[in-house]
Design a protein around this ligand. Structure first.
Ligand code: F0G
Length: 465
């Protein structure tokens, strides 16, 4: 007998209370935070979907691993446990721990990029782009055209455009030190990349003698989509699929705060001896000795266990299904989302949902505020506030104004998602009454983290009576 209910494949040993607030309390919290969800106290949030990064629950095996942590400065046993887990999955020769993903990016790009170089990617994550640009190199996004059409179905909407990649390699000889592929494609909707696309991108790079790297933060979720959707993979385990994905690459950067199931950590892994030597020298300068790289021994243990747990089939089935389930509620209620749902988040197309709010009154920002005001839910706007400010000071609309609801790993249960669905349905009913916002104060860069806002309404209300 096959029962159809997909359950959370764990039971709860430690609970962390979450606190209900009233709408009045949330209205005050919003006004004190300058209508910026980054400036809220986390305690005033009921369900926190700001990010899936470092926010997951660790397992009893991970906590047990932490007690085994060896805190020796050099050659700690915990490093070898970590190295063995990373090597089993990725197969790479040199494994370099870092304190999180962006440290791996900085060390890699700091060691191999020159000003004017080009780094193609399906879609760079913000820190990846910022680290490329910090080296005065160009971060080029080459996702397939379907990626820019929120409602259009494509099983592997995270794929890189192979023709555009080939053109870039042919037209810029000697200027592309490496190509990256982000699995899953976070900025492009958490969408998976197919094995066929990874293989073809790798072949293309190697034909042009160009190293091919994965930004592997969500490699396990990507492996699950390949198993579900790509011909020939249904009978393979997520581990076997992940191993094949990495076998086409020359290295990877990784934030263990995602599919490492840890609260902090990351790594850089690669095959080339010369690049590894340069990266390790840089690592010692700012992160630490190569057997701990800015992490405690117990962090390395938590990651070693977490990487394997992320590949567990029951876990992945539950994980991807929770996101898909919320996506289905949105579709049934005509809430426009990026379709199909990706691995770690549901993305609402706020420009489509709130057509009465012009782009320069930030519809995604306003929608994320409304979700907090009505339901105590914290999401994140990936929008014109984040990407609109141009280097010359002018402002342009971002390609899309999205609200991302990212699911922390193993943290929320189905009833939390049902509650969230109710909040979404309600906010959708009152959507025509949601007002836009204006910026009252903003910093020169990365303004979304600290800017302050106010609702555009004579009485200062976010949702009209
Ligand atoms: N690459 C991708 C695809 C990411 O999503 C992130 C982080 C990083 C690199 C950087 O890793 O945070 O450990 O330094 N993404 C988080 C998010 C912050 O909310 O999507 P990090």
């Amino acid at each position: 007998m096959h029962f159809k209910t997909i359950i959370e494949p764990f039971r709860i040993k430690t609970v962390e209370p979450i606190r209900r607030t009233t709408r009045e309390e949330r209205a005050i919290a919003l006004s004190e935070a300058g209508y910026n969800l980054f400036l809220l106290k986390a305690e005033d949030v009921l369900i926190d979907l700001l990010t899936d990064s470092g926010t997951g629950a660790m397992s009893s095996h991970q906590w047990a691993g932490m007690m085994r942590g060896d805190e020796s400065y050099a050659g700690a046993r915990s490093f070898f446990a970590f190295e063995e887990a990373v090597r089993e999955i990725t197969g790479f020769k040199h494994i370099i721990p870092t304190h999180q993903g962006r440290a791996a990016e900085r060390i890699l790009f700091g060691s191999v990029l020159k000003p004017g170089d080009i780094v193609p990617n399906n879609t760079h994550f913000d820190t990846t782009r910022a680290n490329v640009e910090y080296r005065k190199a160009i971060a080029l996004d080459l996702a397939i055209p379907e990626n820019r059409e929120p409602q259009r179905y494509h099983p592997f909407k995270g794929d890189i455009d192979l023709e555009a990649l080939e053109r870039t390699l042919v037209e810029n000889p000697g200027k592309v030190p490496l190509v990256m592929l982000t699995v899953t494609n976070n900025s492009g909707g958490g969408q998976p990349v197919s094995m066929a696309n990874i293989r073809a991108a790798s072949e293309l790079c190697h034909r042009h003698n160009t190293p091919f790297f994965l930004d592997a933060c969500r490699f396990a979720e990507n492996a699950w989509f390949i198993k579900m959707r790509e011909e020939g993979y249904a009978d393979k385990t997520p581990l076997e699929i992940a191993q094949e994905m990495f076998s086409y690459a020359d290295g990877c950067t990784m934030s263990a705060k995602k599919d490492g199931m840890a609260n902090i950590g990351g790594f850089l892994a690669l095959n080339d001896d010369d690049w590894a030597r340069r990266c390790k020298n840089m690592l010692i300068l700012t992160e630490g000795f190569p057997t701990y790289g800015g992490l405690a021994g117990y962090d390395l243990e938590a990651i070693a266990v977490g990487l394997r747990e992320a590949l567990d089939e029951d876990y992945l089935r539950y994980r991807i299904r929770s996101v898909e389930y919320l996506g289905e509620v949105c579709m049934e209620n005509n809430i426009p989302i990026i379709h199909p749902t990706g691995g770690h988040a549901v993305y609402i197309d706020a420009r489509a949902m709130l057509p009465h709010i012009p782009w320069n009154e930030y519809p995604a920002w306003a929608l994320s505020l409304a979700l907090y005001l009505e339901g105590g839910v914290r999401s994140v706007a990936i929008d014109t506030v984040m990407f609109g400010r141009q280097p010359d000071g002018s402002e342009k609309p971002a390609p899309l104004d999205l609200v991302r609801m990212a699911f922390p790993r193993r943290v929320y249960t189905q009833s939390h998602v049902d509650y969230l669905a109710e909040v979404l349905v309600y906010v959708n009913q009152v959507r025509e009454r949601i007002r836009g916002v204006r910026i009252t104060e903003e910093p020169p860069v990365l303004r979304h983290f600290t800017a302050r806002f106010e609702p555009i309404h004579p009485d200062g209300v976010l949702i009209n009576a």
